[in-house]
Design a protein around this ligand. Structure first.
Ligand SMILES: *Cc1c(COP(=O)(O)O)cnc(C)c1O
Length: 380
């Protein structure tokens, strides 16, 4: 009987706990002592820290990445008759928030190299929306797997077509486009602090970034049920969208070590690139961008992924498939329109992608086990 080596975690949150030592416990204890569990001073401090980190003028912390997206659309009054263009190859929340408001998500295809929204398909989706009598209002590009979308090209389309941009940076907080941090592109940027994201808290959390002071005010109102200056005269529809003080306290500590974690993630990605680049289709980051590597996603030829995943699993190496179905193929979304000619790249990626263990605390010897397993599985 052969000995199975210890299982490798896909994301190792324990490794980070060790580095942080008692700092999180102390930060949480402070909140337990002052008991301002909602809107405590840590929330305001975190918003200031996040603004300093990104260079965004205003930050509105909120309850999740999904709420961050939803709050922006709510504050802009998106509703029935409106169309919002988004990629199909993404996490469901990107399109879900549009449909929740009674507006129509119109799906665009993605680029085969960066996995981010394809500009020609984006333009086609806008034309399709107009052809159906819808009013295209916004574009939600996604910075998938940690790599920024092509924000200059997207801004140009948005300007020409009269749309606003809501950047879904749920996977890419900390990444840069042409040396500028995400959080500074478009009308607003949404991010998520779900534990498995590059910067995660110990529960659900999110934030919105914007340079527009009036819009930030509207977002703060949406965050508490559309509250106006008179607390009991609600001036718009909103939700319970606040970030807990305890999560803010945790994020303040985690943000301090985040720059080092980004360097560590990049090092892990570079080692994968060096050792797998000649046997698999590995990710490529456009030269004018940096990635925070929310996922390290390779492509396996169509039809062989199941065997590949099983071979790695047998060696204790976990993998994940993001995403096995693009949104336009999912039950809740397949009735919505898409760009002309279908979304062939999204379809193909869904058949071929597989993500490898990726986190800041992946040590060389553990990573070498992953690399060896991948090389062996591909060799047959
Ligand atoms: C995780 C994620 C979200 C939603 O974030 P939550 O905090 O889980 O609500 C939205 N968009 C993308 C692309 C994501 O990966």
């Amino acid at each position: 009987m052969s000995m199975t080596p210890p299982a490798i975690p896909f994301i190792d949150l324990m490794g980070q706990r060790k580095v942080l030592g008692s700092r999180i416990d102390t930060a949480v204890s402070r909140v337990l002592a002052h008991c301002q569990f909602i809107n405590g001073p840590e929330v305001t401090q975190l918003e200031a820290d996040l603004a300093a980190f990104t260079g965004a003028k205003h930050v509105v912390a909120c309850a999740s990445g999904t709420d961050a997206l939803l709050m922006v659309l709510l504050a802009k009054g998106i509703g029935p008759g409106d169309a919002v263009i988004c990629p199909s190859f993404t996490f469901c929340a990107t399109g879900e928030v549009v449909a929740l408001l009674g507006a129509t998500p119109v799906f665009a295809d993605v680029d085969a190299v960066t996995f981010n929204i394809d500009i020609a398909s984006l333009k086609s989706a806008i034309a399709v929306a107009r052809g159906r009598g819808l009013n295209p209002r916004a574009i939600i590009p996604v910075d998938l797997f940690g790599q920024p979308a092509d924000h200059d090209a997207i801004a140009e389309v948005a300007r020409t077509e009269g749309l606003f941009v809501l950047d879904d940076a749920a996977q890419a907080f900390g990444a840069t486009y042409k040396d500028k941090p995400l959080g500074t592109f478009g009308l607003a940027t949404a991010t998520s602090f779900f534990p498995a994201k590059p910067l995660g808290c110990y529960g659900d959390g999110g934030a919105i970034f914007t340079d527009d002071a009036d819009f930030a005010e509207a977002l703060r109102s949406v965050r508490v049920h559309g509250q106006g200056s008179d607390k009991y005269d609600n001036v718009r529809l909103g939700l319970t969208g606040r970030l807990d003080t305890i999560q803010a306290a945790i994020l303040i500590e985690k943000l301090r070590i985040f720059p080092d974690e980004i360097v560590a993630r990049d090092r892990v990605a570079a080692r994968y690139h060096d050792r797998l680049g000649n046997v698999a289709t590995v990710p490529r980051v456009a030269p004018d961008r940096t990635s925070v590597w929310a996922q390290y996603t390779i492509r396996i030829p169509n039809g062989t992924r199941e065997t590949f995943v099983a071979r790695l699993k047998a060696k204790g190496v976990p993998t994940a498939v993001y995403y096995p179905k693009p949104l336009h193929r999912q039950t809740a979304y397949r009735m919505f329109p898409m760009a002309e000619g279908g979304l062939p790249v999204s379809d193909q990626l869904s058949d071929e992608v597989v993500s490898l263990p990726m986190h800041a605390y992946l040590d060389d010897s553990t990573q070498d086990r992953v690399i060896e397993a991948v090389r062996d599985a591909l060799a047959g």
